[in-house]
Design a protein around this ligand. Structure first.
Ligand SMILES: Nc1nc2c(ncn2[C@@H]2O[C@H](COP(=O)(O)OP(=O)(O)OP(=O)(O)O)[C@@H](O)[C@H]2O)c(=O)[nH]1
Ligand SMILES: [Mg+2]
Length: 781
């Protein structure tokens, strides 16, 4: 325990370890807090009294116990929570239980079992995976009495683990627990809010239930004041997720949302190694920031999205494209054509897999998510104007024109039908799947041979008769659904924004991940548009005069900026498509779309599939007619247009300007990232005339750390508008940096004299080279 005591002393804490009063009948060195006779804990009263005397008049803050001591700590915490005034342990703010266990309650001591509420005191439960005396399940059982318990597992047996990382974990837990207890959690009163506020709270609750139908739970079934509920965060395989699920728990104080923020708790079963305090702190910061932006307004949805974004990307920008369209428009077929190569894992087996496609509507229910590789937009890579003789390498390979490929995430969601935003066909859930998309690709059935619900009517029912729907009509109704979706989310906040005035106007779009500047620009544009169209100065200054038309206009303009759209004019192989494709193209720009690419997702998917079979299964069949002629490229072109619209900021981390060699700290991500091409995909890429990633070793089918002379290997895709500090966080998380940000310097070209760059400065092309300094070396340095 000495190591622990010394570490605590460093942090300004004293550790007092009183001896238990009773000797163990068999083992001389052991002492006991009680002697259990059946369920009577003989001596427990003396032990409690002993501790109360030690506690009295001192500034103790927490209790730590091992084995029977841990059981004692558990009982005392429960007792103190039930009787905070009279327990004799005032100021008790946390408990650490090492090898604690659950057992029947003592019959000779009155701990109330009617008390159903979980104990709201932070606890850390430490358990040895090899502990035979107290197996880990028993320790976990003892944790069930506590609200949001934390766990720490170790490989050892029945002992107190004191290796340095464990001690650090205890210390961090204590520091966090003490910090938590100074937050206003204790000050929530159970008073009923004013009726007006109570209504706002109930409205938000209802909206959240609709937005997160599966993730939302109200523990008591009915809202009671203070309202407390949980939203589970669905786990995806990528990103920054701890291994066990995480949920957010929100409690509304009586003044929420007008004058206070919700109280937020992170609920999870991860031990402190799996979900570090740094991760938790960043989650809490992100939510706090979201609440601050929306001060005075319902802010839970934004909190959830802030944490989701952090988890999914770790602060890292994952360029995401969302596929929208009515049922059976061909979204999943497009998805399969786009991600077909990327799904090939082995070098000699074909695994087409992918999303299910069918001729009936609502084939896709849960979103399909997959990577595809798309060439970086022109002007975004330094090799374009590089004239030196170094080899410019890269981790994702190049296309047949030599353009660097970047990973792009594609989301195929369920079809949208009229009324989707109201939840028809569970449409509001599908729409929420799209919140993190940067660009939407709208797949239109250009043949006009199905109705709004995607039911095929056959070529005879060409548009205009019997409910067949023209693609321009589909475009209009889907656009309307998207507008209504955003509208129904912002309308919840409208009353409080109206009260606060124009300065808060931009807050109504928070939660959609755009900067305040973007929203301000949209507002300005709508004002000038209205001024021009009604012929007199128009301003949003007086919000009390707004009607729903104004709000709709604003939402529609916002949607255009936040979700640019590329149209995929699908099913061009059907005879009825030709005319309608021409009509749509002539109507452009229309309903927020500027570009329409004619394509046949189906033909393109067949092409991808046959290429895969030929390349991977080494099918001896000659190339099909389709392959031999010019391969279809519509899907590819659509992806290109969409990436171009996102305008990503590409960053190329290097450790040295003269060699341009990669940062050693990024090696893990460079060779293990799930977005990397696999051997199967590389074969397809090379067959299509592209180039494999530079440090791909074909012989042993592995990525190897870069040999010398290979430069600009890594590329980090950042959101436009990201700052130097954002970049620092991303690089730190990826293991490139240790310590904290100290200073950054920037230059335009090699040879210029460096100037200091503030950390809030946006990444932009006027400073092409940035050097970031930190106060501590990373492990690789
Ligand atoms: N003729 C033709 N049919 C296509 C094309 N693309 C897709 N289809 C067909 O359209 C039907 C629907 O395709 P899916 O990809 O399942 O459509 P979806 O938009 O994902 O449909 P939901 O998941 O139900 O919303 C299938 O029968 C496809 O074979 C195409 O380019 N031409
Ligand atoms: Mg589908």
């Amino acid at each position: 325990m000495d190591r622990f005591r010394r570490r605590l002393a460093k942090e300004g804490f004293d550790l007092i370890a009183p001896d238990a009063p009773f000797p163990h009948p068999e083992q001389e060195l052991l002492r006991m807090w009680w002697d259990r006779q059946n369920d009577s804990y003989e001596g427990i009263h003396q032990s409690i009294q002993l501790l109360q005397e030690i506690w009295l008049g001192q500034q103790f803050v927490g209790m730590i116990g091992f084995s029977q001591g841990a059981r004692f700590v558990e009982l005392l915490l429960r007792w103190h929570f039930q009787n905070p005034e009279t327990s004799g342990f005032s100021g008790l703010q946390f408990g650490i239980m090492i090898a604690g266990y659950d057992a029947p309650l003592p019959t000779n001591w009155c701990l109330s079992t009617n008390h159903q509420q979980l104990v709201q005191i932070p606890t850390l439960h430490v358990m040895g995976l090899q502990d035979e005396l107290v197996p880990p399940e028993k320790s976990r059982k003892a944790a069930t009495y506590f609200h949001n318990p934390q766990f720490l597992e170790h490989e050892g047996g029945h002992h107190v683990p004191v290796q340095s990382p464990r001690v650090t974990a205890y210390v961090e837990f204590i520091q966090n627990a003490l910090q938590q207890s100074t937050t206003p959690e204790e000050t929530i009163s159970t008073l009923m809010p004013d009726p007006e506020i109570a209504e706002l709270q109930r409205d938000e609750l209802e909206a959240l239930q609709a937005i997160f139908p599966e993730e939302f739970t109200l523990p008591d079934g009915l809202p009671q004041y203070p309202i407390t509920f949980q939203i589970a965060l669905p786990q995806t395989e990528e990103g920054w997720w701890p291994p066990h699920p995480v949920a957010l728990e929100f409690t509304f104080p009586p003044q929420y949302p007008t004058e206070s923020m919700p109280i937020i708790n992170l609920l999870h079963n991860n031990n402190v190694m799996e979900f570090s305090s740094l991760q938790k702190e960043r989650c809490m910061q992100a939510m706090h920031h979201a609440c601050q932006l929306e001060e005075g307004m319902p802010s839970v949805m934004s909190c959830v999205y802030a944490v989701k974004e952090l988890f999914e990307s770790g602060g890292h920008y994952r360029l995401t494209l969302g596929l929208v369209g009515k049922p059976s428009a061909g979204k999943s077929t497009f998805f399969n054509a786009a991600t077909g190569f990327a799904r090939q894992r082995g070098d000699n087996e074909s695994s087409l897999g992918g999303a299910t496609m069918a001729s009936h509507p609502f084939t896709t229910i849960d979103a399909n998510i997959g990577y595809c590789l798309v060439p970086a937009p022109a002007g975004s890579c330094p090799e374009e104007d590089y004239t030196g003789d170094q080899i410019i390498g890269c981790t994702h390979g190049r296309d047949s024109q030599g353009r660097r490929l970047i990973p792009v995430l594609l989301k195929d969601v369920a079809g949208l039908v009229p009324g989707a935003y109201k939840g028809r066909g569970r449409g509001n859930k599908f729409l929420n799947d799209l919140t993190d998309a940067h660009v939407l690709i709208h797949i239109l059935d250009a043949s006009g041979t199905s109705d709004e619900g995607g039911n095929a009517l056959g070529e005879d029912f060409d548009t205009g008769s019997n409910g067949a729907s023209h693609p321009l009509h589909d475009l209009e109704f889907i656009r309307k659904e998207l507008i209504e979706w955003v509208y129904s989310n912002v309308i919840q906040k409208w009353e409080s924004i109206r009260r606060k005035g124009k300065t808060k106007l931009s807050d109504m779009f928070s939660g959609y991940g755009q900067t305040e500047g973007v929203t301000a620009a949209v507002i300005g544009e709508v004002e000038s548009f209205m001024t021009a169209s009604i012929g007199q100065a128009y301003s949003f200054d007086d919000l009390s005069k707004w009607d729903s038309g104004d709000l709709h206009r604003l939402v529609s303009a916002f949607l255009g900026v936040r979700f640019p759209v590329v149209l995929a004019l699908n099913k061009m192989d059907l005879p009825s498509s030709k005319e309608k494709i021409r009509e749509v193209q002539e109507a452009l720009p229309i309903h927020g779309a500027h570009i329409g690419v004619p394509l046949s997702a189906n033909q393109e998917m067949i092409f991808v599939k046959s290429t895969i079979e030929r390349v991977l299964v080494r099918d001896s069949r000659p190339a099909t007619l389709l392959e031999a002629n010019s391969p279809p490229l519509g899907v590819w072109q659509c992806l290109n247009e969409a990436v171009f619209l996102t305008n990503p900021m590409l960053v190329f981390p290097v450790s040295d300007f003269s060699t341009l060699s990669p940062l050693p700290g990024l090696r893990k991500i460079a060779i293990e990232n799930s977005s990397l091409p696999s051997s199967g995909m590389i074969s397809c890429l090379v067959t299509a005339g592209g180039k494999a990633p530079t440090h791909w070793n074909a012989e042993d089918q592995l990525y190897r750390p870069a040999a010398s002379g290979i430069s600009l290997r890594d590329v980090i895709v950042m959101k436009p508008g990201s700052t130097v500090e954002d970049l620092f966080f991303v690089l730190k998380r990826l293991g490139a940096f240790g310590g904290e940000f100290v200073r950054a310097e920037g230059i335009y070209a090699i040879g210029d004299s460096p100037k200091q760059v503030p950390k809030g400065r946006m990444l932009a092309k006027d400073i092409r080279i940035i050097k970031i300094m930190t106060n501590k070396k990373a492990s690789w340095q």
